[in-house]
Design a protein around this ligand. Structure first.
Ligand code: NAP
Length: 274
């Protein structure tokens, strides 16, 4: 079975976090390519509006409100999709959120919730839909992790932990299931302009990160391109992947650089200790 997803027409694609940002843009693009889309998130009204938009353009969509952090809710929602559509060919684990917080000031409830939504949510959906893919000998799973799943900046400990875990899950799974016909793609976006960044986040965002902000459409095209060509990893914008090599070759310099560029606007006056 080919690992390349060259034809989307008629494929069943499920996108979590489809009510906004990257997930919404990706779901619309998949539908425009002829895929039948299942839209998952908590906000039912936003999902219904998106499903109506897909249908108005001649596509097929199913809105499926679900909190991905609730194991039983995911199992029930996945069972419903299997019952109605017979299964899913492409699963996009995208739902997630993030905060910038000092570890010492970060509310433990929020840290725990972040790990449940960002990491366990993807685990639950994968656990529910992978068996059907293996049975059919064909399937694609995309994990939308983050650059923070490869490089952990300060003030993002819980978020980075949730995304490092996701990258580990995806990499291990990829090796396990490729010979069973299931292809896994790990996506590590940099800074994408979406509602992910509320006003507080934008205010705290280091100037270097703000300069790197790009629109979701380019990321969506890059994900489709990576699926078409059978790639297993995508860092977007691609030039950011150069940072992995710099870290491997010059770890002390790299650490100094991360600390320096991660400085928030309110810290620019005070020089760090390194
Ligand atoms: N934007 C970036 O710069 C960036 C960079 C790297 C990685 N990422 C990752 O990309 C993914 C999408 O982010 P985005 O930028 O598109 O953010 P966004 O615009 O805030 O969208 C997040 C989506 O996730 C859904 N969601 C959040 N919690 C959920 C839950 N418990 N159950 C179900 N759905 C939930 C939200 O829908 P509801 O509120 O309706 O539930 C929304 O549809 C996230 O995993 C994020 O970590 C983003």
């Amino acid at each position: 079975m080919s690992s390349r997803l060259t034809r989307l027409r008629g494929r069943r694609a499920l996108v979590t976090g489809a009510s906004g940002g990257i997930g919404r843009a990706l779901a619309l693009r998949l539908a425009a390519e002829g895929a039948r889309v299942v839209l998952v998130a908590r906000r039912a009204d936003a999902l219904e509006a998106l499903a109506a938009e897909v249908r108005a353009a001649g596509g097929e969509a199913l809105a499926l409100p679900c909190d991905v952090a609730e194991r039983e809710a995911v199992a029930a929602a996945a069972a419903h999709v299997v019952e109605v559509w017979g299964g899913v060919d492409l699963l996009v684990n995208n739902a997630g959120y993030g905060h910038h917080r000092r570890f010492l000031e970060w509310d433990l409830e929020d840290m725990e919730r972040m790990l449940r939504v960002n990491t366990l949510g993807s685990l639950y959906w994968t656990k529910a839909l992978l068996p059907g893919m293996v049975e059919r000998g064909e399937g694609w799973i995309v994990f939308v992790a983050s650059l923070a799943g490869r490089i952990a900046p300060p003030d993002e400990s819980a978020y980075a932990a949730s995304k490092f875990a996701l990258v580990g899950l995806a990499e291990s799974l990829s090796l396990e299931v490729e010979d069973l016909g299931v292809h896994v793609l790990t996506v590590c976006p940099g800074v994408i302009r979406t509602p992910f960044f509320d006003r507080e986040a934008l205010e705290r965002m280091p100037a270097a990160a703000r300069r790197q902000m790009v629109e979701p459409d380019g990321l969506v095209e890059a994900i489709l391109g990576a699926l078409r060509s059978g790639r297993r990893e995508l860092t977007y914008p691609r030039m950011l992947a150069g940072a992995y090599a710099v870290r491997a070759l010059f770890p002390r310099f790299f650490r100094w650089g991360v600390k320096r560029t991660a400085k928030r606007p309110d810290q620019t006056g005070s020089e760090g200790a390194e």
